[in-house]
Design a binder for this molecule. Structure first.
Ligand SMILES: Nc1nc2c(ncn2[C@@H]2O[C@H](COP(=O)(O)OP(=O)(O)O)[C@@H](O)[C@H]2O)c(=O)[nH]1
Ligand SMILES: [Mg+2]
Length: 278
């Protein structure tokens, strides 16, 4: 079976997802902990209906831990949903996911009745990394670019759980401008489609308001500049992003800033907070 879901074929894709989901007992939805709502596709909620769901707030090593805690509380208000912060590259927390899965589908995991689980999410949230970590070996392709995964087999995790080796790929939703900027900032959208300066301005504006101290420390600033452009220029100056004549290269400065944000160099930062705390 081949599971590929892309925009442009959304109706067909939705039907395919709905069919596939029905053959699993638990859905493991991977979200980016820095933008748990913007990295979700709400269609999944409709398609999984009452299927139990574990929301993995992945890349939590990069996210603001307090904000992540608030997100966990927010998501767990929903019946049949459990949420947890995660760093997919680490094997130490794998037990948490399997324990949660078994709790969410208690009638399963008996001999002869394996619990079937499937990983699902938008590109680049870490689905392949999570599958590899759960499986304890390198199974799925990993990369910074959205990958197409074609084969689909069950991996026996040897603890009563069978995991699909193919992640369900959902399309990112970019209906609202801020959500699209958050996705772009996190690296979920192909870089060729990005206006780096625009994305950097959005990110800089948010960080100036929400994490000024981290910016002051990282870039050794005496104070936060007046505008996001001025901040990006300051960063460019410090990183030597200049054009001939000594002028600041705004595009390269924006790239440097986004790269440092994505790599967690500025600090642990979340780009959005759950509705009730904002
Ligand atoms: N910092 C961090 N990076 C991660 C984590 N999980 C995945 N990544 C990185 O995110 C990128 C995309 O991961 P991948 O598994 O290919 O995402 P997929 O497109 O959803 O399958 C890779 O560079 C991974 O190394 C995590 O928990 N923390
Ligand atoms: Mg992948």
């Amino acid at each position: 079976m081949k599971i590929e879901w892309y925009p442009g074929h959304m109706t067909k894709a939705s039907r395919l997802i709905a069919d596939v989901i029905m053959s699993f007992h638990v859905v493991i939805e991977v979200l980016d902990a820095r933008l748990p709502l913007s990295s979700a596709n709400p269609v999944l909620k409709k398609l999984r209906q009452n299927k139990p769901c574990i929301k993995v707030l992945n890349k939590s090593d990069l996210a603001d831990p307090d904000v992540t805690k608030a997100w966990i509380r927010y998501f767990e208000k929903e019946n049949g949903v459990r949420a947890l912060p995660f760093d997919s590259r680490k094997r130490s927390d794998v037990g948490l996911i399997t324990t949660l899965a078994k709790r969410l589908a208690p009638s399963r995991c008996k001999p002869g009745f394996p619990l079937r689980a499937m990983v699902i999410g938008i590109p680049n949230v870490g689905k392949s990394t999570l599958i590899n970590t759960l499986a304890g070996k390198r199974m799925a392709r990993i990369g910074d670019r959205p990958a197409i995964t074609t084969c689909n087999q069950q991996i026996d995790l040897r603890n009563g759980i069978m995991l699909s080796d193919t992640p369900g790929l959902l399309w990112p939703v970019m209906d609202d401008q801020d959500g699209a900027y958050r996705l772009a900032s996190s690296g979920a959208i192909g870089d060729s489609a990005l206006d780096y300066v625009e994305v950097a301005r959005f990110t800089a504006d948010y960080l100036m308001q929400r994490y000024p101290k981290l910016l002051l420390d990282r870039y050794n600033l005496a104070e936060i500049p007046e505008t996001s452009i001025a901040l990006i220029e300051e960063i460019g100056r410090r990183r030597g992003c200049l054009v001939a004549g000594g002028e600041i290269d705004l595009h390269r400065s924006a790239e440097a800033f986004i790269r440092e944000f994505r790599g967690g160099k500025i600090g642990r930062i979340s780009l959005e907070e759950p509705p009730e705390t904002t």
